[in-house]
Design a protein around this ligand. Structure first.
Ligand code: SF4
Length: 499
C-alpha cells in the first residue's frame, strides 16, 4: 500500500452528493462519451489518477544511507491536507525522507479526521492498518483531540497529538526516529512540500471557528477563530505562485470571518480582512478561489472583485438549509439572512458567478413543509453546484439532544428528491454553456491525449470537469487554454481548443 493516502468523511460526504459522474467505475452506463475516461472521486481513484499520490511520485525522495523516512496518511478535509503539507515540509527541512509505502517508513504519521462518527471509525481503521503494516505510528489531527478514544482502541500508538500541534508532532517524530540532516543535500524548496498537484494549492488563512452550529464539533476540536496575519498569507501565496501555482484555493472554517479575531489588523501594508486579502491575492496573477464563505452582508463587497476578474467568480457558501426555523435550530450564522435576495444582488453585479453550496436534509425536527421550503428555495436559487448530506449524529454535537429525529427512510427519500432537483438544475446550467468559450486549467493529460481540465466554475476534487479529447499535443498539465464548449453532460463538459 502507498502512503500519503488522502480521503476521509468530508470527501465521502461530498462524494455521496455528487451524482453519477462520481459513482464507482462499474456503474457508469450513462457516461456521455465512452472514450472519455471516467475520473472517480479520490477514494475510488486508481493511484495514477490521484493527484496526491501523483504529486508524491513527482517529488521522489531517494533514500540515502541512514536517512530516516516517514510515511504520512492524511485523512479528512483540505484543511487537514494543508496541515499534512506543513508537517512534511518541516520534516523535509530537517532531513527526513518521505516514504511512499509502509515498508520504507521508519514511522508513520496518521493525520486523522473526527468530523463525524463515521470519520472517527475510518481514522481508527487507518491507524490500525498503519500499526499492522508498520508498527510505529504517531497520530495527529482532529481525532487527536480525544487521545483516550485512540489509545483505547490502539494502545500501542507511539504518540497522539491534537489538530495543528505541529511542534508536538515533530517532537514525537524526533523521539521515534531522530533526524540525521545532511546540510549539503537537505535544501528545502522555498515552496515547501505540496500534496496537491503543482499547479494548484490550498492556502489556509485561519484556523478554528467562533460559531456554535449545533451539528458541528469543529469549534470544540479546532478552537476559536485564529487568523494568520495577512502579510504572512500573502507571502506564502507569492512563493506558491513563483513556484508555478496557477490557482490558489483559499480555505478556512469560516473564510468570511477572516481577521475578526485580530480586529482586521493591518501589518506591513496588508489588512486582515477578507475583502482586502482577496484583492491582494488577486493581484498575484493566479486564479483565486474562495471556499467556505458564509453569507454575511460584507460578502457583497467580494462580488465586484469577481466581476473585475481579480478573484474567480465562484463562491463556495454552505447554506445548509433554507427554512429559517431549521437554520435557527441549527444555530447557523446569518440564519436570518434573506439569502435569495443576496443571491440576486450578487448576480446583478456578477452574472457569471458560480455558486456552490452544501445542505443537510433530515435535520432533527425537519418537517415535510420545512423540507419543501428548501426544495422551493433551490428552485428559485438555481445554484450551480450542490452537495447534500443526510443528517447524522456526531458524538459531542448538541443537535444529538434535539427532539424529533427524522427516520432514516425519510432522510433518504428527502435526499433523493433534493438530488433529483439539483441534478436537473445542473443539467440545464451546463447545457446553457454549450457554444460558449471558457478558459480552462489542465489538470491531467492521459496517454491517449485526453485532457482533464477545469473551468473557472469547477473547484478541484468537488466539482465537474471539462474534457478535451483531441488536439492536445504540445499542451502540459498546468496550462491555461481557451476552449469552445461543444457538449454537456449531467456534471461535466466537453470542448475543443479555440485557436
Ligand atoms: S460555521 Fe458552524 S459548521 Fe462551520 S465550522 Fe463553525 S460551527 Fe462548524
Amino acid at each position: 500500500m502507498r502512503l500519503i493516502a488522502f480521503g476521509g468523511p468530508r470527501c465521502r460526504l461530498l462524494q455521496r452528493s455528487l451524482g453519477p459522474r462520481h459513482r464507482p467505475c462499474n456503474s457508469l452506463p450513462l457516461l456521455h462519451r465512452a472514450r472519455v475516461p471516467y475520473i472517480a472521486r479520490m477514494s475510488t481513484n486508481p493511484p495514477d489518477l490521484r493527484p496526491d499520490l501523483a504529486r508524491a511520485r513527482l517529488t521522489p525522495s531517494p533514500k540515502r544511507d541512514g536517512q530516516p523516512h516517514i510515511g504520512m496518511v492524511s485523512l479528512g478535509c483540505p484543511k487537514a491536507l494543508v496541515d499534512s503539507e506543513r508537517i512534511l515540509t518541516r520534516l523535509r527541512a530537517e532531513g527526513y525522507g518521505i516514504s511512499p509505502d509502509y515498508t520504507g517508513a521508519d514511522a508513520v504519521i496518521v493525520n486523522t479526521c473526527g468530523f463525524l462518527d463515521s470519520a472517527k471509525a475510518e481514522s481508527l481503521a487507518a491507524i490500525g492498518e498503519a500499526l499492522a503494516e508498520n508498527g510505529r505510528v504517531i497520530v495527529t489531527g482532529c481525532l487527536g483531540a480525544e487521545p483516550e478514544y485512540i489509545t483505547g482502541a490502539h494502545p500501542s500508538v507511539m504518540a497522539v497529538t491534537g489538530p495543528h500541534q505541529y511542534e508536538q508532532v515533530l517532537d514525537a517524530v524526533h523521539a521515534a526516529v531522530p533526524p540525521r540532516p545532511d546540510p549539503y543535500i537537505d535544501l528545502l524548496p522555498a515552496s515547501g512540500v505540496s500534496l496537491t498537484p503543482r499547479h494548484y494549492s490550498y492556502l489556509k488563512i485561519s484556523e478554528g471557528c467562533n460559531h456554535k452550529c449545533k451539528f458541528c464539533i469543529i469549534p470544540d476540536m479546532r478552537g476559536r477563530l485564529a487568523s494568520r496575519p495577512a502579510h504572512a498569507v500573502l507571502r506564502e501565496a507569492e512563493k506558491l505562485v513563483d513556484n508555478g501555482v496557477r490557482e490558489l484555493l483559499v480555505i478556512s472554517q469560516d473564510t468570511s470571518a477572516y481577521g475578526v479575531d485580530i480586529k482586521h489588523a493591518e501589518e506591513r501594508g496588508h489588512r486582515a480582512h477578507i475583502t482586502d486579502l482577496a484583492r491582494d491575492l488577486g493581484s498575484l496573477g493566479a486564479w483565486v478561489r474562495l471556499h467556505y464563505v458564509y453569507p454575511y452582508p460584507h460578502v457583497r463587497q467580494l462580488i465586484p472583485l469577481m466581476a473585475e476578474g481579480l478573484v474567480l467568480p465562484y463562491l463556495d457558501i454552505p447554506f445548509q438549509h433554507a427554512h429559517p426555523d431549521v437554520l435557527r435550530r441549527m444555530a447557523r450564522p446569518a440564519a436570518a439572512a434573506k439569502t435569495l435576495d443576496e443571491i440576486a444582488a450578487w448576480r446583478d453585479v456578477c452574472p457569471d458567478i458560480t455558486l456552490r453550496s452544501t445542505f443537510i436534509v433530515g435535520y432533527p425536527g425537519e418537517t415535510e413543509a420545512e423540507f419543501q421550503t428548501l426544495l422551493d428555495w433551490l428552485d428559485e436559487a438555481q445554484l450551480d453546484r450542490v452537495g447534500c448530506f443526510k443528517y447524522e449524529n456526531v458524538a459531542g454535537a448538541r443537535s444529538n439532544d434535539l427532539p424529533d429525529h427524522v427516520a432514516e427512510e425519510v432522510k433518504q427519500e428527502r435526499w433523493d428528491r433534493f438530488m433529483e432537483k439539483a441534478q436537473t438544475i445542473s443539467v440545464d446550467k451546463l447545457a446553457a454553456k454549450v457554444g460558449t468559450f471558457q478558459d480552462v486549467l489542465i489538470d491531467d493529460i492521459d496517454e491517449d491525449g485526453i485532457a482533464t481540465c477545469r473551468t473557472k466554475a469547477d473547484a478541484p476534487e468537488i466539482d465537474g470537469n471539462l474534457f478535451i479529447d483531441e488536439g492536445t499535443d504540445g499542451l502540459s498539465v498546468g496550462d491555461l487554454v481557451r476552449v469552445e464548449v461543444d457538449e454537456a453532460g449531467e456534471y461535466d463538459l466537453w470542448g475543443k481548443l479555440h485557436a
